[in-house]
Design a protein around this ligand. Sequence first.
Ligand code: ATP
Ligand code: MG
Ligand code: MG
Ligand code: MG
Length: 475
Amino acid sequence: MKSSEIRKQFLDYFASKGHTVVASSSLVPHEDPTLLFTNAGMNQFKDVFLGFDKRPYTRAASSQKCVRAGGKHNDLENVGYTARHHTFFEMLGNFSFGDYFKRDAIKYAWELLTEVFKLPKEKLYVTVYAEDDEAYDIWTREMGLAAERVIRIGDNKGARYASDNFWMMGDTGPCGPCTEIFYDHGEHIPGGLPGTPEEDGDRYIEIWNNVFMQFNRDEQGVMHPLPKPSVDTGMGLERISAVLQGVHANYEIDLFQALIKAAARETHCADLDSPSLKVLADHIRACSFLIADGIIPGNEGRGYVLRRIIRRAIRHGYKLGARAAFFHKMVVDLVSEMGDAYPELKENQARVTDVLKQEEERFFATIEHGMAILEAELAEMAGKDNRTFNGETAFKLHDTYGFPLDLTQDVCREQGVGVDAAAFDAAMAHQKEQARAAGKFKMAANLEYDGPATVFHGYDKLEAKGKVLALYKDG
Ligand code: ATP
Ligand code: MG
Ligand code: MG
Ligand code: MG
């Protein structure tokens, strides 16, 4: 089954259960400056859960464009390293606004997976929030799952493992216990069940999260019951497609194979298993959809995140041998894969191609020089068995050659080398201080001048200043 058919089957199934199919919202959150990019299907319904907004329906389903490349949900560093993480992905979701609750949500999920999609039950495992006896009982008594298939997971306060079955919209907002469904891709793949130290492997892959929205957490951490208990679910289309197409990694599904071939064509790479091709296939989606939704590469905020993703993509192309703009030539392939489901992509095809091409030409003007410096330093370090890349050089690469810190880190990581980020920050602070002093010098004596923010350091820095509150916590 093609991923486009899986998307349709999901939406048709929930439509047949009285759900209104709602179009994906933009990747740029509507009137929500606290959120970097749309990162879950429920974003567009946030106010409905809180009781501030009313819709003509109490059940909805959607296939939502999501980007997790910043804020608390940042999977950028996972891309190319895990079988299951993308920067851009589609989240299939069904929602109940004070309509059905735990029992029906679980029934629908189980019926869709085992009867419509016909997944073998012995391949599925489930987690529930440790204290949620109700969900545990529904799974074991009503759905008939054996006790060893239903794993209780706490709220991970001790942060021992990554799993967390209490889902929160960041520090404040709607939250509640959740139950997640995992698929066992087979014992030949390293990894353990959720709640074990090996869970970060890719054997048992989380496919679907069902959140029982029950509380609104305030700034003091007090939980107030929501007007009505609700349901919010999310299933990655790429992950369920991998399962249904009988492959392990998301990159092996139909849609990604087409993009990987396009990346190979543009970079003249003969090795279709090259991790760089996967990164390119991932990044062309994030970049094109972000531009289609109105973001342009820049030095601040969302535009800087986009710039960082584009430059990472270019660097991977460069690694494969590309020496001139190539990335934008993948847009046409993306449009033919996804343009029907997302017409905004088709409508903006020319602009997306143009914006990417311009950004590429800009970076291709400096990348060769920058890479030469980077590689020379790495070669010298290898001779001395030094595993920490000089932070001042990283800053110079940033400042002079347009290498965002995370790009340098990405290159270094491939060699098992870390970057001295503290020294990078210090060099940045020093430069700002100099700019400030220069600014003051020009100003009238007692006028305080705070200096221009010459370089933007990425969203993480903004976040640290408390300007951006990520609404979603990972898990
Ligand atoms: P993981 O533990 O694998 O990182 P998650 O717990 O962070 O996933 P949720 O926040 O529960 O994910 O999101 C709901 C669903 O969205 C997941 O069950 C998964 O199918 C999908 N999903 C989440 N993050 C990604 C991603 N980066 N790329 C592709 N699909 C994703
Ligand atoms: Mg995650
Ligand atoms: Mg989850
Ligand atoms: Mg998870």
